[in-house]
Design a binder for this molecule. Sequence first.
Ligand SMILES: [Zn+2]
Length: 502
Amino acid sequence: MAEPYKIVVGLEVHVQLLTKTKLFCGCLNKFGLPPNSATCPVCLGLPGALPVMNEHAFRLALRAALALNCQIASHPGQTPGFTKWDRKNYYYPDLPKNFQISQYDLPFSHDGFLDINVAKDPKKDYTAKRIGIIRAHLEEDAGKNLHDESGKGQDTLVDLNRTGTPLLEIVSHPDMNTPEEAIAYLDEIRLLLREIGVSDCEMQEGSLRCDANVNIHIPSADEPKGYVATPLVEVKNLNSFRGVGRAIAYEAKRHYDEYKADTKGTFRFGKMLKTTAGWDDAKGITVVQRHKEEAADYRYFPEPDLVPVVVTAELIEQVKAETGELPSVARTRLQSQYGLTAYDAQVLTAKGRKTVAYFEAVAKALNDGKAASNRMSDLIYPALTERKEEIEAFPISATAFAEFLQKAPTNSQDRRDVFKIVLETGISVDEAKAKAGIKEMDETALRAAVLTAIAANPKSVADFKSGKTAAANKIKGEVMKANKGVANDLVQRLLDEELAKL
Ligand SMILES: [Zn+2]
């Protein structure tokens, strides 16, 4: 690392759960409805209205927690599985009840982990790093304040459709040390939660939100720990994964500059309160907003209108059974079952379960996992990108693709050409090969072509026999050129055999 410090990052991720209705009432949980159309006395906090827990939301949250390898409500002195709701009290215009139902000291899940890819070049390699999860708890979301909708300023509208929708908060340990690691963590969380159907994780629609807790450690031999830690800053308003990375890099540099300019020794962890800063993506800077309220300021107390939940071992088993294969498990399985490299398995799982299923069908039909993976990278993925299509809508099924590969030219450029024709016209592989001017040749015909080329190049043959082995390449090149689509390795073998006879 070039910088004279170590970056330390923990992330708080909020994801909206894919439920039909809100967490404590029957209002729709749907993005894009007309403002304030999905509200009722419960989520508006009207007097006398009582919340009722959405069991499906709890199951989805449980599914996420188990996938994040969390312990489920294992709290000292409590019945195993016991978890409760708490009121977090604060005033804000988008929070009509003046409190949020959340979980404070006994969250339903805690102490998990997530493995992420931290390879130096994640586009070429795979190296796992384990990021600890402190806790994941369930809470209701607040509404939205819409500032300056008129464009003339001085107006704020409140939309309470989001009020009371289910939100899972996932808090990591400060185990990430570069902007890239933070992005890799977010990538993995998004893949995981999408795959298991917990959230669609659309950052643009706010169904995945992220705050980053950042500070740096500067090596110092005078310190008992061997380094000086700067005060924690929580960066908010992060609107994209790239923004998260940029904000972390910016904040780390700012910390170092502040530390260098600090003559009184006060810019240190423990000597300053944690601050909150907003990320301004257009300007590429953070703006310090306020000193963070301590937990006590929220005056948490147990929610009196909801009964606590006891998660049973039976429920955990049911939820595990409905979750399906996790990306991390699929990654390992694809390596052992099909001989893929860790990197190839990573690429494949990152594309989702439907792509994995497609791959497995092709690999089984070819009885060759590596070839299936390589040909999907060469042919299928670029075509999907170009056509802006998902694998399930792709016109060539896994079975048809396996058949294509069995008949396709072995030369990679010819194969791409023929694939393009098949994809665009829907004609058969043989017809497409004819259309591309690619001749089929059996071994006998090809051997004859090799002999013709040998006879036509006496000088090259003489050079070859005098020890200049590279002279054979000229002969091979002529055979390849005259016979479009023939396999490179087959021509090489026949040429080697015939030259050896001379
Ligand atoms: Zn409601």
